[in-house]
Design a protein around this ligand. Sequence first.
Ligand SMILES: Nc1ncnc2c1ncn2[C@@H]1O[C@H](COP(=O)(O)OP(=O)(O)OP(=O)(O)O)[C@@H](O)[C@H]1O
Length: 603
Amino acid sequence: MGYEQMEKASRRSAENQEQLAARLQDAEEALSHQAAAPLQVKYVTRTVEIESVQCKQALVEAQARNQALQEQLGVQRQLLRELEEQLHESQRTRCVRLCQILVYEGEMERAQGQLEAELQSLEEEKNRVIEEAFIRAESEMKAVHENLAGVRMNLLTLQPALRTLTCDYNCLKRQVQDFPYMLEKAIAEAKQEICQVIGEVSSANQELLRKYKREMNLRKKCHNELVRLKGNIRVLCRVRPICQEEAEGDCKNMVTFDPDDDAVLCLSNKGKLMTFELDKVFPPQATQEEVFQEVQSLVTSCIDGYNVCIFAYGQTGSGKTYTMEGVAEDPGINQRALRLLFSEVSEKKPDWDYNITVSMVEIYNEMLRNLLGDTPSEKLDIKMCPDGSGQLYVPGLTEFSVECVEDINKVFELGHMNRATACTNLNEHSSRSHALLIITVAGFNSSTGHRTSGKLNLVDLAGSERIAKSGAEGSRLREAQCINKSLSALGDVINALRSRHSHVPFRNSRLTYLLQDSLSGDNKTLMVVQVSPLDSNVSESVCSLKFAQRVRTVELGPASSSRRCAENSSTSSSPTHDSVEVFTHNYTQSITTSLGWAFKKYG
Ligand SMILES: Nc1ncnc2c1ncn2[C@@H]1O[C@H](COP(=O)(O)OP(=O)(O)OP(=O)(O)O)[C@@H](O)[C@H]1O
């Protein structure tokens, strides 16, 4: 029930109550007036009583209803109060909002004012710009009009050209229409031509490949011929520099050079100037690289399957080890040769595979020691190959396969270590033993199945001084005898080979026996004779140079025959010559000398 309805019902029940109370009062008054009329009064009384009872009941009910309604009214009033509070709250919020709206409206008005002002200024700006643009456009239009007049004039003159162009265009259009067909035709023709050219190129390639192979063979032959023309035995001389200690002491330099001829060395001996001619003389300031350049053609010929021997010969302290091994920051022939071989085989012909192996051997007192082996003090033997090839081999000799510079360094380190552990004084020991670095280059051609094998023997010989004649005893005497025996045997072998003797005494020493494969046949030998420039070493220097010059004189081939003959004091005082026939390929020349004597003389 709604609040208003309840109010109404409450009012109605209160009115009823009042009416009933009035009627009850009326009835009671009537009852008091009519007490005299017994029956009627009784009846009326009865009626009134009944009505009174009913009224009382109705009154009670009305009161109860009124009570209930009053309670409901209380609840509704509470609700009304709450609603009124909410209404107040929302009215307050509305007021706040209204205030905000007013603020916003004020701001909007301000903004609108600004906007209008800006619009106004923009409008003015626009008008100004339009006006300017208009003025500009007008002047441009004027210019365009003027140009147009010029263009019209031009157009009139260009019309004939346009007509020609139109003609050309039509012609081109026709060509463009025909183009796909022409293109197809041209492509077909080009394809045909390309196929033809490819055929020609591949046959030209075949031809080039054939020529390339022929050229490679020719190069090999030329290289070999060059080495041969230089002589199968070449002798170089290197003079070591005077060290600071020697320069500060009482030492004198006895060596001079011919500025016009790098093959001549002059030595002052007991007031006499002796001149020696060799293949080339390196002065003290010559670098390791310069020396190596002179020997590198020999090194590379072992890739073509030749065996090569390079010896460093000279008295103790003359620079043999420096030339062969060098020092860490400036390596000698050994390391440079391996490096060159690496670079050559990596750049070589595409079908070839190469394997480079290295062995290191020492010959001391005619004993062969394996410097790369696990037991370097163990004595090795030289034996004939059991396969019947007539080749020699050293059972148990360690061979290391090397592929890069790091491998070389490791091999050299191991060799040095093993050499040092076997002796008490390495310097003394190295002067009295021969050190051999044996490099084998094995090649295989995968397309032809062809194999090559070349050996490069790099030998740092023992000191060549005449200890035996200087009264050495005991172990020094034995060492000196062994050294002289092997150097003498080397001289005998070279002499016998070049004299084409039927018997070559390779077995007379371990050195020559070990190098038999490399010294015989069409192999190549180079000797670097080391000389000390000091006056105290002059007699040993003379011996070394005489020895070198005789080796070279024996060996002189056709290319060298045009060189002037050495006219020097040593030649005039040379000993008796035996007749030796020197044969180099298809060229034969007889010269006389005695190489064997040269070696034996120092023994
Ligand atoms: N061309 C050179 N440039 C600079 N120093 C050199 C040269 N030749 C030799 N020497 C120096 O001279 C000294 C002796 O040289 P080296 O040891 O090579 O002589 P060797 O003939 O091998 O002696 P040994 O027979 O005792 O082995 C070394 O200190 C070496 O460094």
